[in-house]
Design a binder for this molecule. Sequence first.
Ligand code: 1GP
Length: 249
Amino acid sequence: MGRVLDGLNEKLRSGPLHFTLIDPDKSPGARAAEIAQGAIELGSDAILLGGSTGISRAKMGEAARAVKGAVSVPVIIFPEGPSSLTEAADAVLFMSLLNSRRLDLVIRVHALAAPVIRQMNLEAIPLGYLVIAPGMRVGEVGEVDAVPRDAAPIAVGYALAAEMLGMGMVYLEAGSGAPSPVPTEMIRAVRASLRIPLIVGGGIRTAGDAREVLEAGAQILVTGSVTEEEGIAGGFRGILGEVRRARGR
Ligand code: 1GP
């Protein structure tokens, strides 16, 4: 395992974590650094960079350098493909889109990216990425057979398969901007079976959303839209407050 994953696993022993997703297309360089700094001051545990289509390597590099200069938490690439890679980050989510109909997103693009990741000396965090309905844009672009919201056993099957394939984490994704987060019943069922950390993201906008997802057993919350739209304001503060509260439990 690598330094970043080890560090996160160590931190998870004291309770749940929060990752702030920043899209370098919408928030380039200095703006990304400003959001990151505000997020870390409120207690967020890592910065994910990515999330939209067509981010150039130059833009990723610029954002990663700016964020690295502003905060000391891990800066992790949330890739849309090999062009998202930059050696200015600490690690990359090396993710298989488990329920995609596109073989390249399940495994083949990884064979192109892996030598580049090794050459850049980036840590690869092996991750099973599962899109739950509605899936939003990632569901469309990723051509997924989205897991229906009432089909918890399907999510459990995929999550366990990811664990048994040796992946380090599982990410249940409702899609950026989803009207509501991954259903709590599904989170509960996956968490009850899974032995590796469970990330949940998509549609978490309020303290109430965060509380429900945390109570259901999510160990890492990812939020993106709430800061892109409102900055480090009400919704985001409330979410971080819930994560801190859950950590104190
Ligand atoms: C998207 O899970 C992340 O990949 C975050 O989603 O933008 O809805 O917070 P939101």
